[in-house]
Design a protein around this ligand. Structure first.
Ligand SMILES: [Zn+2]
Length: 395
C-alpha cells in the first residue's frame, strides 16, 4: 500500500478527493492513510503541509515506507471517500523558501564551489549552512544573481532520471542516495536531488533576500527570506526606520549617521556627568573621618555611580562603606571595605564582592530596611546613627 503522491504531479494543486484506507488512534489524535494525497510530508528540510481532510484538521504529515500518514484531530471512516484541502498560504510560503534556497545554494555552488551542508525552513527564516567561508561581497553577488534568476521566470523541472541518466548527470546532493532519485533543475542556477515541493516557475519565488551571515563550523550560516517573507521583513524594517527617523528628526535614509551622532553626544554627556559626580563624591568623602563607617544615601545615582562613590569613601576609611540610592521602583546599593570581605552582608547572588565594592541591581524597598538593619548590626559600637555618617538623605 503506497500512497499516490499528488503533490509530485502538481505542486500547485490543493484540492483532491481520496479513499480512506486506514485510520488508527494515536494519543488524542488519529493517523489516517489515503490512497492518494496532496499533503506533503515533512522531509528534505521542508515542513509538512497542514489543511483539512473530511471534517478533520490535518495537523502534521509524515511518510513511512511509501505511505503518507496524516495526523488528524478527528477519526476518518475507513472505506469512505474524503475531500482534502491543503492550506495554500502555508504551502506557497514553504515552496517560496524552498525554491529560493535551491536557486541561492545552486549559485553559491556554481560561483564559489560552496556545498550546502545544512538547510532548515523555520517559522521566520530559512537557514543554510555552507561548506566554505564566503565573503560579504561574494554573498551580495550571489544574491544579485539569484534574484536575476527569479526575474527571468525560469521553469523549474522535476524529473526521475533512469540510473544511466543519473550517472551522467551533474547534480548537488547532501547524502548518498538509495532508490529512485528525483532531480530538481533550475536553468543556469541549480540541479539538485530533492524530494520536496517546488514552485513551477522561479518568478513565483518573488524575491530572495539574505538577512544575515556568520562564520559557522568552517563555513557560513546564512539566514534568508524569500517571497512573502521578504515583503513582510521589508515592511517591519521600513516601519522601524520611519519610527527611528521621526525620533531623530531625520529622513529614513539618514537614521544611521544620526544615531552615530547621538551616541557620540551621549558618550560625551556621560563623561561630563561622571566628572561632576566625582567632584561631588570627593566632597562627600572629605567629611568622612578614618574612624567612621559611612552610610551615604544619595538620590538618583546609577549602579556604576554608586560603585564609584563607594570606592571613593573606601579611600578615606578602613571601615565598611555603603552608598545607597533610591530610584524607580526600589533601592540600589554599593557596599565595600578597603581591605575587607563584604560578601556576608547581603543574600545577594551577585558575583563575589572584592575588596572594593560592588553595585547591585535595584532592590525592592523592603530590602532597604534589611540592609540598614544589617548595617546597624555591623560592629559592636556602630549602630545607626551614632557612629555612622548619614551624609545625605532621600525623602
Ligand atoms: Zn528541494
Amino acid at each position: 500500500m503506497e500512497t499516490t503522491k499528488l503533490y509530485y504531479e502538481d505542486s500547485l494543486r490543493t484540492d483532491f478527493a481520496a479513499a480512506v484506507l486506514e485510520c488508527r488512534p494515536q494519543g488524542e489524535r488519529w493517523l489516517a492513510a489515503l490512497d492518494a494525497t496532496c499533503f506533503y510530508p515533512e522531509g528534505g528540510g521542508q515542513p509538512a503541509d497542514q489543511g483539512i481532510l473530511g471534517g478533520a484538521r490535518v495537523l502534521d504529515v509524515h511518510e513511512k515506507d511509501g505511505v503518507i500518514w496524516h495526523t488528524v484531530d478527528q477519526p476518518l471512516e475507513p472505506g469512505s471517500r474524503v475531500e482534502g484541502k491543503v492550506d495554500w498560504a502555508r504551502r506557497l510560503d514553504l515552496m517560496q523558501q524552498h525554491t529560493g534556497e535551491h536557486i541561492l545554494s545552486g549559485l553559491l555552488h556554481r560561483m564559489y564551489g560552496a556545498d550546502n551542508v545544512g538547510f532548515h525552513i523555520g517559522d521566520e527564516y530559512v537557514t543554510m549552512d555552507t561548506s566554505i567561508e564566503i565573503t560579504p561581497d561574494q554573498l551580495a553577488a550571489a544574491e544579485q544573481a539569484a534574484n536575476e534568476i527569479v526575474w527571468r521566470d525560469e521553469g523549474v523541472e522535476c524529473a526521475w532520471p533512469s540510473p544511466q541518466e543519473l550517472a551522467a548527470a551533474e547534480y548537488r546532493s547532501k547524502k548518498a542516495l538509495e532508490g529512485p532519485v528525483r532531480l530538481v533543475t533550475i536553468p543556469d542556477a541549480d540541479c539538485c536531488a530533492c524530494c520536496g515541493t517546488h514552485l513551477p516557475r522561479t518568478g513565483m519565488v518573488g524575491q530572495i533576500k539574505l538577512l544575515d551571515w556568520q562564520r559557522y563550523k568552517g563555513g557560513m550560516r546564512l539566514t534568508a527570506v524569500c517571497g512573502g517573507r521578504a515583503l513582510a521583513d521589508y515592511r517591519i524594517k521600513r516601519a522601524q526606520l520611519a519610527d527611528a527617523g521621526a525620533l531623530l528628526s531625520v529622513p529614513m535614509n539618514s537614521v544611521a549617521p544620526a544615531a552615530h551622532r547621538l551616541a557620540e553626544e551621549n558618550a560625551a554627556l556621560k563623561q561630563a556627568l561622571a566628572a561632576a559626580e566625582n567632584q561631588w563624591f570627593e566632597a562627600l568623602a572629605a567629611q568622612v573621618t578614618p574612624d567612621q563607617a559611612p552610610l551615604v544615601l544619595a538620590p538618583g545615582l546609577s549602579g556604576e555611580s554608586l560603585r564609584r562613590l563607594c570606592l571613593t569613601l573606601c579611600q578615606r576609611t578602613a571601615r565598611p562603606c555603603a552608598a545607597l540610592s533610591a530610584g524607580g521602583m526600589g533601592l540600589a546599593y554599593a557596599v565595600g571595605q578597603a581591605d575587607g570581605d563584604v560578601r556576608g552582608w547581603s543574600r545577594s547572588s551577585t558575583p563575589p564582592w572584592t575588596a572594593g565594592a560592588v553595585a547591585s541591581p535595584p532592590l525592592p524597598w523592603a530590602a532597604c530596611g534589611r540592609i540598614l538593619r544589617r548595617w546597624a548590626r555591623f560592629g559592636p559600637n556602630s549602630p545607626i546613627p551614632n557612629n555612622t555618617t548619614r551624609m545625605d538623605t532621600v525623602k
